[in-house]
Design a protein around this ligand. Structure first.
Ligand SMILES: NC(=O)c1ccc[n+]([C@@H]2O[C@H](COP(=O)([O-])OP(=O)(O)OC[C@H]3O[C@@H](n4cnc5c(N)ncnc54)[C@H](OP(=O)(O)O)[C@@H]3O)[C@@H](O)[C@H]2O)c1
Length: 269
């Protein structure tokens, strides 16, 4: 992390009340910058343990799945800051369930939070981002790289976000805007307790088995990506790279692996 990079920046973080977004906030608070923190529970975000005396923190209550709430948040931000250097487009929910058991309302709610809300929000902040020749860093997932069994709604919502933001990146090639998609592996956060089950009830699932990143580890990668406007699609580890490449080289082999590896998980949903 280039410490001087962050001095005097205006940084917007969606989903700053928990997990990866909260870790980003805590890592940035020691720098003299303006931090605009969004979440439905933004009002409950406590003061960080360590904070620079010149750091300014704005807490903006926003429900990304509600267009009028997103509109209010955009208006609020436009009145208070004159540019946005970095937007961490981080908030999101997961949804667990097989394609044939997921209700259409769960598809809609997942897309409202992970796709339509972020798209509306980014469009609203685009003039401020372009003014700063800023950078949009999206917390995405390896599940956006291929349809993952048991995660049809989540995978689809994040893949759709990839496509829309890739289009934005190409369209703004000469305007100095950075647009990156960071495909995060399993991370220890509240994602599985706050997500939706197939019927739209709160998920409350145990954390994923096996190796998991900490929110702080992921935040460090996101901060490095934010400093590099050339970053595009970022995967973390071997399994991310495997998915990234195998979807082109041998989708049939990849599907067999996903079937075997995730069988117990998607059979039970
Ligand atoms: N954890 C993982 O294994 C993992 C892996 C790959 C990608 N990711 C991605 O990482 C991002 C952050 O998730 P996390 O793992 O840190 O989970 P988390 O601890 O559950 O945090 C999710 C954040 O998103 C916010 N959020 C959820 N719904 C929202 C809504 N309707 N409007 C506004 N904010 C909303 C939550 O705030 P409020 O509840 O206060 O609104 C919270 O701050 C997500 O986009 C997720 O897809 C996570």
């Amino acid at each position: 992390m280039k410490k001087e990079f962050w001095n005097n920046t205006v940084v917007v973080i969606t989903g700053a009340s928990s997990g990866i977004g909260k870790a980003l906030f805590e890592e940035l608070a020691p720098f003299p910058c303006q931090l605009v923190l969004l979440a439905r529970r933004a009002g409950d975000i406590p003061e960080p343990k360590s904070k620079h005396k010149d750091t300014v923190i704005h807490r903006v209550t926003c429900d990304l799945s509600d267009p009028s709430s997103v509109r209010d948040a955009i208006d609020w931000i436009r009145k208070r800051v004159d540019r946005v250097d970095i937007l961490f487009n981080n908030a999101g929910i997961t949804a667990h369930g097989r394609f044939d058991s997921l209700s259409i309302e769960v598809f809609q709610k997942t897309f409202a939070t992970n796709f339509f809300g972020p798209i509306q929000f980014i469009r609203g902040l685009l003039p401020l981002l372009l003014k700063a020749k800023g950078n949009i860093v999206t917390t995405s997932t390896v599940s956006a790289l291929y349809g993952v069994p048991g995660r049809a709604a989540y995978s689809a919502s994040k893949s759709a976000l990839h496509a829309a933001l890739e289009a934005l990146r190409i369209e703004s090639m000469e305007l100095g805007l950075g647009v990156s998609l960071v495909c995060v592996p399993y991370t220890d956060t509240a994602l599985r307790t706050s997500g939706l089950d197939a019927e739209g009830k709160v998920l409350s699932e145990a954390p994923a088995k096996g190796k998991r990143k900490t929110a702080k580890e992921v935040a460090h990668v996101l901060l490095k990506v934010a400093e590099d406007k050339e970053a595009r699609l970022v995967t973390f580890n071997l399994s991310g790279k495997f998915l990234e490449w195998m979807r082109f080289f041998s989708p049939k082999f990849l599907e067999k692996i996903l079937y075997k590896k995730l069988y117990d998980d998607f059979k039970s949903h």
